[in-house]
Design a binder for this molecule. Sequence first.
Ligand code: XMP
Length: 513
Amino acid sequence: KIIILDFGSQYTQLIARRVRELNVYCEIHPFNNPPAIGADVKGVILSGSPYSVHQEDAPAFDFSHVHGSLPLLGVCYGAQYMASHSGGTVTPSEIREYGRANLQFVDDTNPLFSNIQSNSQVWMSHGDTISELPSNFSIIASTNHVRVAAYQVDGTQTYGIQFHPEVTHSMDGRTLLENFLVNICKCSQDWTPDAFVEETVSTLKKELGNDHVILALSGGVDSSVAAVLLHQAIGERLHCVFVDNGLLRKNEFEQVLDSYKHMGLNIKGVDAKERFYKQLEGVKDPERKRKIIGGMFIDVFDDAAHEVDSQLADGETVKWLGQGTIYPDVIESISVNGPSATIKSHHNVGGLPDFMKLKVVEPLKTLFKDEVRRVGKALNMDPSILGRHPFPGPGLAIRILGDITAEKVRILQEADAIYIRNLKESGWYDQVWQAGAIFLPVQSVGVMGDERTYEHVICLRAVGSTDGMTADWIHLPYELLSKISNEIINHVKGINRVVYDISSKPPATIEWE
Ligand code: XMP
């Protein structure tokens, strides 16, 4: 594997994705908490950083134990840091270099640059530049403005590059990373979805033995793929629970339950609609809704876990809690305000529900979302599950502004179903990252036939995004919006007006609550 040390660059995760796209497994670690370098580590990459090496609090890292013994590639800050800490000089650039540049000189005999055009376009993003290299460093690429665009430490496998190979605007960036991984680190490119499945299933078999595992399915991609992997490893000893909180999409509970059963999963559906509605009665505040739903889910799941225990053979109990946690949730990222460790909530152990005292197994915790989808495909899972839009845990509760009633849920489910069906039929569903309808807490005047109406408003939202952190609204065709609006107003009793949300995130958020 490859270790990527994160110095806080916005591009660190992108480096990891590019390495993995080349079928090489890698991990991101914070620079100030590097992992032990075992025999399985084939090379180390140092990321960029928002810091300048001249800042007093600039991130520092002792690379002496890697330099010389393992291939080492410094990107941007990583390159500047190694140069300046080996006796070179880094100075503020006369012009801050952002964006496109073309290589002018390339040492094409260097293994890092094999098959790279001498005038290749690269992407720069830096305020400092390496003005002088230590005497044992050699320039291996330059641009018009940047003499030291890339260097090698003589006689070692330590490299530095000033540009960003991980962004798609660096035309030969992928080739450069592949050169580093294959020519220099000697990685074999065998980390594929199939290999991941095979290795994970065999590790799970060993780790879990004859133990029983319980897992809450949500209908989403992550928990579904996690379930299928666990099922391949331990079969019927995986006990899945799918809770109907009354806040799912129309018919979702039945459909999803059915497709899970088809997949051979040992699954139990729990209809807890009324319990949720009762607790939510009259509650308007979004954060309180979230807390109530979270708390109620724990109660319902705890009951289900006890029920599973009671059905096991004498003396047997469930030992593990399976979860669909994915990599972005566990990466310890470095923020500009200083390293931020993963926040762990410290529960009062005595007060925990029983299932939370279980050991946790998270088969997807090293994967990015798109990798989870690819693993799902390797497992022959239904594309309709793998291609699903993200859906918030609190479900329609945070898409009904104000208090929740069964009637409002019904209205929103009907409108949402019309919207999503039209997106699918028109081919837009797969081009949208997330879409949904929102029930607004206003009524407005309308006229239907000869009658005046005073009914509710449905808002449609569709956004493009890669991770939900930023998003932009999708320019759905007017004809499609018009068709959806007509259908909703004509078929959903209680709605006489439909609007479309044209706000980006930031400053708006994807959900309205
Ligand atoms: P926002 O509204 O913050 O949403 O732009 C970003 C992404 O997170 C989802 N979301 C949630 N998911 N529990 C969840 O499991 C929540 O309370 C929650 N709130 C927002 C939202 O659907 C979007 O994908």
